[in-house]
Design a protein around this ligand. Sequence first.
Ligand SMILES: *[C@@H]1O[C@H](CO)[C@@H](O)[C@H](O)[C@H]1NC(C)=O
Ligand SMILES: *[C@@H]1O[C@H](CO)[C@@H](O)[C@H](O)[C@H]1NC(C)=O
Ligand SMILES: *[C@@H]1O[C@H](CO)[C@@H](O)[C@H](O)[C@H]1NC(C)=O
Ligand SMILES: *[C@@H]1O[C@H](CO)[C@@H](O)[C@H](O)[C@H]1NC(C)=O
Ligand SMILES: *[C@@H]1O[C@H](CO)[C@@H](O)[C@H](O)[C@H]1NC(C)=O
Ligand SMILES: *[C@@H]1O[C@H](CO)[C@@H](O)[C@H](O)[C@H]1NC(C)=O
Length: 474
Amino acid sequence: MPSDSYSGKTRARVAVITITLFLFILNIKRIVADTAEIHSFQQGCKLEGLHPLLIVTYKEITISVDKITVPHNERITVRCRELGKYKLIGEPLLHCRNGTWNEKTPYCVPTTAISNYTENVPPTIVFGLPTGSAALEPTGALAVFPGSILHLECLFARKFGEPNWTWTSSRDYLKGWAMSRGNDWKYRLSIYYAKHHDSGVYTCSTPKGLSNSIQVRVVDVRCPVLTEPEPPLISHIGSNRIGDNAIFECPEGYRLEGASGVTCQYNGKWSANVPHCEEIECPAIEVEDNPLLSLIEHNNTYGGNAVFTCMWGYKLSGLQTIRCGGNGRWNASIPTCLEITCPVPETPRSGRIIEQTRYSNKKRYHAPIYKVGALVKFACLPGHQLIGEASLICIENGTWSHRPPVCKIRCPYPGDPPHGRIAPLKFWYKPGDNIQVTCSPGYVTPLEPVKKPSCRENGIWSAPPPPCRSYKEV
Ligand SMILES: *[C@@H]1O[C@H](CO)[C@@H](O)[C@H](O)[C@H]1NC(C)=O
Ligand SMILES: *[C@@H]1O[C@H](CO)[C@@H](O)[C@H](O)[C@H]1NC(C)=O
Ligand SMILES: *[C@@H]1O[C@H](CO)[C@@H](O)[C@H](O)[C@H]1NC(C)=O
Ligand SMILES: *[C@@H]1O[C@H](CO)[C@@H](O)[C@H](O)[C@H]1NC(C)=O
Ligand SMILES: *[C@@H]1O[C@H](CO)[C@@H](O)[C@H](O)[C@H]1NC(C)=O
Ligand SMILES: *[C@@H]1O[C@H](CO)[C@@H](O)[C@H](O)[C@H]1NC(C)=O
């Protein structure tokens, strides 16, 4: 946990930097403006062309920018990025006095861990915390909570000789090549159960006289106790010693607003405020300006649905149901409504349309448009019988209510002859059908063998029905 806690802190710090940088710059501008009025004769100090590895702390806010202006009489603190891997050359504390700094701008030089363990650079100093906690101070000093075990490792290639640890405190410490892996390049000094009087500067010097130092301050710094937050915020709160972390998350359907982790900093303040959870909502859907589309369900919270429908005679193009996703966006676009039309119906052979509800299509005026409810009525040419439904209606799924009818060749009912009746009696006769005539009492058909009239293939009778004559005339 200790090393995690350290890296967790670094991450949290980066987040804090990003968030606060903007505010910070605004703040500086305001301070510059204020002081310009009061001490118009005393100028602010510029900090330009900063070494990219330098990290600047001003008014307890840590920033990394390449150019800032600090008002007269203000102080800044600098350190190198990646504690121990770069050595700060110069003073970490700078004081602005009427346009000039009291010290030269410091810079960072790489150490052995960066330069592949060459002999001509200062040694790297890294630390390990098997128990306890620690946090970095703006000066690059390591603030260690009392009782922690601290290993300071001086990284130096053993083949070039043995480095030398020296320190300012009066205690004695175990030191030597690390026993485990890395025992050819880690020259360790261990501080067990750190106490206040272990505070001081620890310096590792190489046989060539190059050195690097780390300042250790054993301080009993604690941050305010964090209380369990209100649901839905979920927290993993550790202890509140310097360097300790608390992690936050939100359940599904919520978005975390703020830092997902906070670290107890060197100054006894948490690196950020406790975040909160915001319910995820998708943008509300407006259909007012689309008279064809309406919403039958509209739940724009995470996991909720928006369900659409179209005006009568129109159909949806797109999804009927869309869902509000975890990113606060609808999972698909809002559908549109298309007018439902039926295809042009097939006119039967030997038939024609005698009535229809037709809407001309402006773009392709040759093709009629049949909207829902449109009616088409057919009739057959003379000598034909209409089989099926004469009228079709365009229905809501874009199909016709019936198949178009067909026109079959038929002979019409020829009419009864005077004083007689034809049999069989029908409206329509199929080609090949015959009829015969039965005369009323007292009447007869001619005795000569007369062919029975038959319906021909063209829908015309082969002969008219034979007449009935009175006995008297025969
Ligand atoms: C500050 O510096 C400016 C010029 O750099 C000078 O004119 C002014 O007198 C100085 N003010 C003080 C209070 O030293
Ligand atoms: C580092 O040094 C070792 C030997 O001292 C060499 O084998 C290795 O290639 C070097 N690596 C780099 C990245 O220079
Ligand atoms: C380490 O440095 C101290 C102080 O400079 C010196 O007294 C001591 O002899 C050195 N030890 C070794 C092993 O070089
Ligand atoms: C909206 O949808 C969410 C997720 O499905 C559900 O929990 C909530 O009860 C719904 N709200 C309403 C008002 O129906
Ligand atoms: C969006 O959500 C709806 C409703 O759950 C689902 O039917 C549809 O397939 C989803 N669309 C996409 C593109 O994921
Ligand atoms: C259209 O609707 C009718 C009546 O509801 C139904 O019989 C027919 O199968 C439907 N056709 C299609 C293509 O859905």
